[in-house]
Design a protein around this ligand. Structure first.
Ligand SMILES: Nc1ncnc2c1ncn2[C@@H]1O[C@H](COP(=O)(O)OP(=O)(O)OP(=O)(O)O)[C@@H](O)[C@H]1O
Ligand SMILES: [Mg+2]
Length: 263
């Protein structure tokens, strides 16, 4: 249905003991948009992803993805709906090459039946070849094609983060949640990542990106959601959010540089 949001959260709350991690949070991610979620450390961004993907059970509130309620669905069932995520602390899988790390992301999406795979029939071979071509094209986009046969763990941390993003893309998501994909990336890698995310959005995939790198966020986001102490304090296009007094206060109040000095 036209106008159905990719993601809609209403009244989400979650506490851990006495810590109110998420407090009555509601937001919408428009289909086809690149929406960023920002906020100081501990604001609740990762918890929000954990609630959306049912890794944690919300104390209150509801989430729907493309109009389908996610209540009671397992993380695997949610992934099967096309909602794929990455993790803030994720690293490459050890013992595998760069290319193998990317191919892992496609495994759930191989539609061929086991007996077809066993007999190596044509449809399977075509599917495997298409998956491999896609993996190689994505490695090319992030500048890692030349390292495809190297052990993935030999890549610098920044390159491992890029690898994680393209592994998630191998699952052909409709909605992709990325938790701090630019952490550990140098300026060149951050530029590559930004171009990749815009290309992914332009290919029709909706993105929700948690990120601390403000120049990246302000350069690529269509919409920004700002969290502080578990609450949404502002939403809107980057320019409007940048000028929002509560956003400036939230960052200044932590004794850090202002968000705009970091740009
Ligand atoms: N599993 C947990 N058990 C207890 N407290 C938790 C748990 N997960 C998160 N918290 C607390 O909830 C609050 C929000 O944490 P969260 O990790 O969501 O923040 P964040 O915005 O992702 O921060 P960062 O930018 O540092 O990644 C913090 O006070 C954190 O200590
Ligand atoms: Mg986090």
């Amino acid at each position: 249905m036209a106008g159905t949001p990719a993601l809609q959260a209403s009244g989400l709350s979650k506490s851990f003991g006495g810590v109110l991690a998420i407090v009555d949070v509601s937001f919408t991610v428009r289909e086809g948009s690149l929406t960023a979620a920002i906020g100081p450390n501990g604001a609740g961004k990762t918890t929000l992803f954990n609630l959306v993907t049912n890794l944690y059970r919300a104390d209150r509130g509801t989430v729907s993805c493309f109009g389908v309620s996610l209540a009671g669905r397992t993380p695997d069932a949610i992934a099967a709906l096309g909602l794929v995520r990455t993790f803030q602390t994720a690293r490459a899988f050890p013992g595998m090459t760069v290319l193998e790390n990317v191919l892992v992301g496609a495994h759930l999406r191989v539609r061929a039946r086991p007996w077809q795979q066993a007999l190596w029939l044509r449809p399977v071979r075509h599917e495997e070849q298409a998956i491999r071509r896609k993996a190689e094209a994505l490695l090319e986009v992030v500048g890692l094609a030349g390292r495809r046969d190297d052990p993935a763990m030999s890549l610098p941390l920044g390159a491992q983060k890029l690898l994680e993003v393209i592994r998630a893309l191998m699952a052909s998501p409709r909605l992709l949640l990325l938790d701090e994909p630019a952490t550990g990336l140098n300026d060149v890698e951050t530029g590559d990542l930004g171009r990749l995310l815009l290309a992914v959005r332009d290919a029709g995939v909706t993105l929700m990106v948690v990120e601390h790198n403000m120049s990246l966020v302000m350069g690529i986001a269509d919409e920004v959601i700002v969290l502080d102490l578990g609450r949404v304090i502002a939403t809107g296009p980057p320019a409007a959010v940048q000028a929002h007094p509560r956003v400036i206060e939230a960052y200044l109040g932590r004794g850090t540089e202002t968000v705009w000095e970091m740009i």
